[in-house]
Unconditional design. Sequence first.
Length: 248
Amino acid sequence: MTPALETRKLFKRFGGFVATNDVSLRVSQGARHALIGPNGAGKTTLINLLTGVYVPNSGQVLLAGEDITALSSHSRVGRGMSRTFQINQLFGDLTPLDSVMLAIAQRQGKGPSAWRPLWAEREIADEAAVLLERFRLINVMAIPTNLLPYGKQRLLEIALAIATRPKVLLLDEPAAGVPEEERHEVLGIVRELPGDVTVILIEHDMDLVFSFADRISVLAAGALFAEGTVSEISRDPHVKSIYLGEDA
């Protein structure tokens, strides 16, 4: 079966620093694939290469078998790839309802200038309501985003990514910075993401990784260090001692 996402010898250098060193990765369709490793291992650089934020020095990125290496970030969203960020990329003055309706309108090609009349478009409003309910935002849908608890902001960012109807979703530390009392809600939503969406998760929380992933790739110094099932990675003595800690 054609992988949902594949990289072939992906290489990125910043001056004299090699950030991604010939990474070849295959992610199966519908997979829950985690990407782990210490700080500076190249995880976010790899995500930026996958989503078109960075251009590789060499290598390829393929989405469902199509070479998208030269495509812009916007074009990749149109092909079915979406992402979240370590730090929220949200419009603070818009409400969750406004934001989700705008994302749906953009997906339908209606453009950002058309969002105000969307209130009259029942199809968009109904889809937005379903997403807000699924992501437990319905009770705060009319509150400006910058006034929401941080956990709700993280949920909104995931909802906006899902509003693009991605085939592949990349989550860059979705629970980062979320207070402990809000984490269970965010982690629950991550675990409940639609099964037909291939998800690649960057995360330092090993409890989340082990409960979520069916396959794990470990990066070290920009290179692929180990790869396998949750059971294989959790038993790997090198991964355990160097990256997860002896008590993992």
